[in-house]
Design a protein around this ligand. Sequence first.
Ligand code: AMP
Length: 120
Amino acid sequence: MYSYDDQNIFARILRGEIPNKTVLESAHTLAFEDIAPQAPVHVLVIPKGAYITFDHFAAEASEAEIVDFNRTVQAVIAQLSLGDGYRLISNAGQDGVQDVPHMHMHILAGRRLGRIVGEA
Ligand code: AMP
């Protein structure tokens, strides 16, 4: 059902083929700065495994990967002291306007964010 494209840009980052500004790395997860930040804080958190969307990850990742991913999101929030708040977004598929077909969670913070859903 899920067909992963291993040439996507986050797969290339994970293979070390292109650089990234790493915020945190753990056994199963990498967190790095978004190249085109939409807020003062804009970090992407990705599993190291080959998962396309959140639902793919939640369906097929091991419990260790799922726990590690969530704990890494928490660790980024703690490390960057986002006590004033943050937003998590995981775009999926065409209607979700997902550009990179490797599961990722955006962490946005550092200012009061706008409405959650914008124009198409
Ligand atoms: P999405 O539209 O949810 O798939 O978001 C993809 C995100 O990846 C966008 O916010 C891009 O700015 C970001 N992005 C694309 N290429 C890179 C890269 N090489 N390093 C860091 N972030 C990237």
